[in-house]
Design a protein around this ligand. Structure first.
Ligand SMILES: [Zn+2]
Length: 293
């Protein structure tokens, strides 16, 4: 009697052990899978540090918009790969452009443009871009839909053209604009125009290699030397308007600010649309007639 009882106890013990092992395996397996699904659904993947290295931006939180994609710092990448498609407009188009900013007047220019619902193209200068108190209006310009391109660091004829610092200076200016606004502009306006400065083929070749585009103008308002004489600026522009696509050279000057509402009114009356430069729809506009710029 003793032996069988002992035997069954042993059997029970073995069965118990088997159940325990099965239970253990089961628990281990489910625990593993639950943990796995948990980790993919709730735990965020490690955010990658931005290139500046100081701020961690968890990418999964930011909704992907065109703006956020554009503002990713990707400066080292080749400047352009997409083909540029020239946008042919059906009617008359005018590009208002303002050089030499940012200045103490940038905010007031933006106010007038915003009030009259016009977008413009600014060419800003590095020495002014470096002034911190002017940077908020550079950001505002971009935020409100205007284009901000480069206009060199020094604005010095000899340095830019004789000493051939044009390309390095423009690269520096464009990088500054990127730092301030997050945009990646490719367009610059040569101080004093591309003639005679960019007659030098070597500089033009450097520009083309860097993917930098150059815009001169079709109408010179001569506003910078017409201090206190806004009506003459308006007159110059009216007289200069002869084709269906005009690019008007102006500066951030008080007399230009005073003339601006009437200039806008003139173009509206003449049936012009106001356009703003767009890297993706570049067209050639330089006195050198260089199709690579
Ligand atoms: Zn200038």
């Amino acid at each position: 009697m003793k032996t069988p009882r002992f035997e069954t106890r042993k059997k029970r013990k073995r069965l118990k052990m088997r159940y325990l092992v099965i239970l253990f395996v089961f628990l281990f397996a489910t625990g593993f899978f639950v943990g796995k699904t948990h980790s993919t659904s709730e735990l965020p993947s490690t955010p990658k540090p931005t290139e500046k290295g100081d701020v961690l931006i968890p990418k999964f939180e930011a909704p992907i918009t065109i703006e956020s994609v554009e503002k990713d710092p990707v400066v080292e990448e080749p400047i352009t790969e997409e083909p540029i498609v020239e946008e042919k407009s059906e009617g008359k188009v005018v590009y208002l452009t303002f050089d030499d900013g940012p200045s103490e007047l940038t905010g007031q220019f933006l106010d007038v443009l915003s009030e009259l619902d016009v977008l413009a193209t600014f060419f800003m200068q590095g020495s002014n871009l470096k002034k911190e108190h002017l940077q908020e209006n550079v950001r505002r310009a971009v935020k409100e839909g205007h284009y901000v391109g480069g206009h060199s660091m020094t604005h010095n004829f000899k340095t830019l053209y004789s000493d051939r610092q044009f390309v390095p200076e423009m690269k520096e200016t464009l990088a500054l604009i990127h730092e301030i606004t997050g945009t990646i502009p490719r367009l610059v306006r040569p101080p004093y125009g591309s003639t005679p400065g960019l007659k030098n083929e070597k500089i033009r070749h450097q520009l083309a290699e860097a993917g930098i585009k150059v815009w001169d103008w079709t109408i010179d308002s001569n506003d910078w030397k017409l201090r206190g004489n806004p009506s003459q600026i308006i007159e110059n522009i009216k007289r200069g308007t002869t084709t269906d696509r005009e690019i008007v050279l102006m500066h951030e000057k008080p007399q230009t600010l005073a003339a601006l509402p009437e200039i806008i009114q003139f173009y509206r009356e003449q049936g012009f649309e106001f356009a703003v430069y767009n890297d993706a729809h570049h067209f050639v506009l330089n006195f050198q007639n260089d199709v690579d710029l």
